[in-house]
Design a protein around this ligand. Structure first.
Ligand SMILES: [Zn+2]
Ligand SMILES: [Zn+2]
Length: 238
């Protein structure tokens, strides 16, 4: 189950966030894959045919093969349960006379083995077809490629190189709009109108910059604001 899940992850290696490379539990790996592609754990069949009319499915299709994928459902059902057999019975289990149900264990193993065989004998393997949009990052110029799952009109994308983030919006007719998550920040000097742009991930307490116009140092700080309460306002309000 681990090998099949890691193999599946390898098929998505260009889209897999490097921050998740340490993840090893198959269920967590599969969650990352499902976030990248909601179809990552679904079985599929491939077929090709010549369209007689553009955009209308071909009347005659030739099948190329089918793939069975180790799904999240199966991982949830069996992975942890199987792991518990790796350990010797605990002293508590031994003292209370808990005995392993070997018939149940055998049935579980047979079910897993049957499923794994179906996955491994699939006639096509690791299909990851999808629609993608691609740009060069506005910050570091490295290419970012993002999958647009069917039926989803808005997707978040992150540059793995510099952490810049974007919202991708489907504008229809195959057009995808990339909106960078940038904020316009005005110089804190009230006599100065200079503005700079910061990425969302750069907004953190302690970050500072020198204003190019008035030469003051601006810093991002936490602030507390207050308002006056009138006499008849209850002291505690929610
Ligand atoms: Zn970048
Ligand atoms: Zn300034």
């Amino acid at each position: 189950m681990e090998a099949l899940t890691y193999d599946r992850a390898l098929a998505y290696k260009d889209e897999f966030p490097p921050s998740e490379y340490e993840t090893w539990q198959p269920r967590k790996v599969m969650s990352v894959l499902l976030e990248i592609d909601p179809m990552a754990d679904k079985d599929c069949s491939l077929a090709i045919g010549v369209e007689e009319q553009y955009g209308v499915p071909a009347p005659q299709m030739s099948p190329l093969g089918s793939e069975k994928v180790l799904s999240m459902k199966i991982l949830k059902k069996h992975y942890d349960a199987l792991g518990s057999y790796l350990h010797v019975q605990s002293m508590k289990q031994f003292r209370t006379g808990t005995v392993l149900d070997f018939d149940k264990f055998r049935n579980r193993c047979e079910e897993i083995s049957e499923y794994a065989s179906q996955v491994l004998t699939s006639s096509v393997f690791n299909v990851t077809l999808g629609s993608f949009s691609k740009i060069n990052c506005a910050e570091c110029d490295k290419p970012i490629r993002k999958r647009i799952p069917p039926g989803q009109s808005e997707v978040m994308a992150e540059c793995f190189e510099c952490k810049a983030t974007y919202t991708l919006t489907d504008e229809g007719d195959g057009k995808i709009m990339w909106n960078p998550h940038q904020h316009e920040i005005k110089c804190a000097n009230p006599d100065c109108d200079q503005k700079i742009f910061l990425w969302h991930h750069e907004l953190e307490v302690g970050r500072h910059w020198t204003c190019k116009t008035c030469n003051v140092e601006n810093s991002i700080v936490l602030g507390v604001s207050y308002k006056e309460l009138s006499d008849n306002t209850p002291e505690l309000t929610q």
